[in-house]
Design a protein around this ligand. Structure first.
Ligand SMILES: C[S@@+](CC[C@H](N)C(=O)[O-])C[C@H]1O[C@@H](n2cnc3c(N)ncnc32)[C@H](O)[C@@H]1O
Length: 250
């Protein structure tokens, strides 16, 4: 078994190993990304015609490619794994880079974007406030950030199962914890716990306000078709999605 501390320098090494497994899992017919997360993320992005998009921690760039197919222009996907689609669609580029150093990624200097995405990637930032401040500085007028994170209660529930402890003990614990990545049972990721207040305080410290927050769920049809996924959601809740705008006074 390989152990990686996914929020530090080792996230690079972990994701080089994990990237193909993650993409394989994501494209499965019953993946929660396909059934719940991407539809909700896409919905909040709205019409992207003529909009520039920066997708931070873009994976292989498949979501960015879809947005470009829907009319986004001058767009960029960044990921530390470098496991990109073989060719970025016209009007986009992929850059291998670290989101912890977003303020100095070559190729981003002086650029502005209408939409900046952190889709299940923000947890890998070494200094979350610094990363969000860098993103905020790259927002065009009327731009917003779309950020998703796993519901922290999910990890707390898993730890109660492992440790025989209570939900409150685990949710408020500050000790790092390790868990199997779920995409490759040879790779264990280590995370720093967070609460919902922690997340909100990071947004405030970076000069952002929450315009919308949602907790997307399976559609009625998907519930009927994939009851094992509804059982998972009933236990682990899913993800949080935030639409963040710059606070004018910062
Ligand atoms: C759970 S995947 C999400 C991928 C994609 N955003 C999506 O929604 O399908 C997390 C992504 O974050 C990337 N990542 C992890 N650490 C990173 C870092 N330090 N800098 C940039 N990307 C990172 C990984 O390589 C991986 O592609």
């Amino acid at each position: 078994m390989v152990c990686f501390v996914a929020m530090s320098d080792d996230s690079q090494a972990a994701w080089q190993e994990l990237a193909p497994d993650y993409e394989r899992a994501r494209t499965k017919e019953d993946s929660l990304d396909r059934l719940v997360e991407w539809p909700a993320q896409r919905d909040l992005l709205g019409d992207v015609t003529g909009r520039s998009v920066l997708d931070v921690g873009c994976g292989n760039g498949g979501k960015l490619a879809e947005l470009v197919g829907d009319g986004a222009t001058a767009s960029v996907g960044i990921d530390v794994s470098g496991n990109f689609l073989s060719a970025p669609p016209p009007g986009s580029e992929f850059i291998r880079g670290d989101l912890s150093e977003l303020d100095s990624v070559p190729g981003l200097a002086g650029r502005r974007f209408d939409r900046i995405l952190f889709l299940q990637s923000f947890g890998y930032a070494k200094d979350p406030v610094r990363t969000l401040q860098a993103a905020r500085a790259m927002l065009a007028d009327d731009g917003f950030i779309l950020l998703t994170r796993t519901q922290p209660i999910r990890y707390a529930v898993e730890r109660t199962e492992q440790n025989g402890s209570s939900l409150g003990e685990e949710y408020f614990s500050t000790a790092q914890f390790s868990y199997l990545s779920g995409w490759n049972d040879q790779i264990t990721l280590t995370k720093r716990p967070y609460t919902i207040s922690d997340l909100i305080n990071v947004f405030s410290a970076a000069g952002l306000w929450i315009e919308t927050a949602i907790e997307p769920q399976l559609s009625e049809e998907a519930r009927r078709r994939y009851p094992h996924k509804q059982a998972w959601m009933n236990k682990y809740l899913g993800i949080l999605i935030f639409k963040l705008r710059p606070h004018p006074s910062h």
